[in-house]
Write a protein that binds this ligand. Structure first.
Ligand code: FDA
Length: 309
């Protein structure tokens, strides 16, 4: 119930307006968001890289409503990639992009706008020596996002996709994307979805995750296993042993600020461990989804608002 309520809140412009103006302490946002500016976020990311971790940086923002905002988001990514290049970080750090932030939801030619903006980001990333992964949003965007991915991959085959295990279609999508050179991030899924398209219970989602993971790990692509769930981490290690995959043929991914000790433990064992690093002012939707995943985060957030800590 609480999860459903929070996920509805994550898309509400009115509640977003109220919360963004609430006296939320910097500490609560800073636990999950690496900085307000690209410079701050790159400095936080450097600390992760110095610990042997990889990263994927996300300029926060979604549901862009006009072309100017979409262009500004594209330019923010181009600037970020330039900074990563200047800092010599592109071998360890890539970028993650939400297509809704670069125009996908604009009426009329939104998909075309998003494709062109994403193409510019992919081109800059390739020149700088890094890659782009397209985040996945709610199920109404899945076909459009996979279509744009397909277009991008004809010029930039290194572009990564995200598939959400809670969607009933995902095992099939994994089969389609398990081919050579394909980079697929598998996550459980973070949006409020109807039963007609998505498994609802935790147990069913976990089982669907394992089925999709088996497809990716036995395929020819590069699986990116995005989960903090210790059982799924153990299952991935077991599948890697069984399929004879070496540690450089797949990677784990976790979110900035979540299970940081586990991130370092896996890296110390020689696993490729990539941290998803969000930054920027538009943290509302991202933060509310993190609360929906773990009510303890909500208590932490509310305490901090109450104390203005
Ligand atoms: P689960 O929610 O079962 O959590 C397992 C354990 O991890 C918990 O018991 C707790 O210890 C810890 N944990 C998990 N979430 C926590 C939180 N918020 N705060 C504190 N502890 C927490 N989703 C999506 O729909 N589209 C996308 O593009 C992405 N991209 C993405 C990238 C990366 C790198 C990651 C790790 C995740 C995503 N997600 C996502 C989010 C994903 O779908 C999912 O909502 C979260 O990862 C939580 O699911 P877990 O697999 O961690 O399991």
């Amino acid at each position: 119930m609480l999860r459903q309520l929070l996920l509805s809140m994550s898309r509400s412009a009115r509640i977003r307006h109220l919360v963004e103006r609430a006296p939320v302490s910097r500490t609560v946002v800073a636990r999950f968001v690496a900085g307000a500016s690209a410079e701050e976020a790159v400095a936080s990311t450097r600390k992760l890289v110095d610990k042997g971790l990889l990263a994927s940086m996300d300029h926060l923002g979604e549901d862009t409503l006009d072309v100017e905002q979409a262009t500004a988001t594209r330019d923010a990514y181009l600037r970020l990639i330039e900074l990563l290049g200047d800092d010599g970080l592109t071998a360890a750090v890539e970028v993650s992009v939400k297509l809704s932030a670069v125009g996908q939801a604009l009426p009329g030619d939104g998909e075309k706008v998003a494709l062109e903006n994403a193409r510019a980001i992919c081109a800059a990333a390739r020149t700088a020596g890094t890659t782009v992964t397209l985040d996945m949003e709610d199920h109404t965007t899945t076909d459009s996002t996979l279509g744009i991915l397909h277009e991008l991959r004809s010029d930039f085959p290194e572009t990564g996709a995200v598939l959400q295990a809670y969607l009933r279609r995902t095992e099939g999508d994994c089969r389609d994307l398990a081919g050579r050179d394909s980079r697929v991030r598998l996550c459980k899924g973070a949006y409020k979805e109807p039963e007609s398209v998505a498994f609802q219970g935790r147990g069913d989602v976990d089982k669907a995750y394992v089925r999709a993971l088996e497809v990716l790990m036995t395929g020819e692509g590069y699986p990116m296993v995005a989960t903090h769930d210790p059982r799924l981490v153990a299952i991935t290690e077991e599948l890697a042993r069984r399929t004879g995959r070496s540690k450089d043929t797949y990677e784990f991914q976790m979110l900035y600020g979540i299970r940081p000790h586990e991130q370092e433990r896996l890296a110390a064992q020689g696993q490729r461990m990539r941290v998803y690093v969000p930054y920027g002012d538009e943290w509302y939707g991202y933060l509310v989804r993190r609360m929906a995943e773990r009510p303890a985060n909500l208590a932490f957030f509310l305490r901090s608002v109450a104390t203005k800590g």
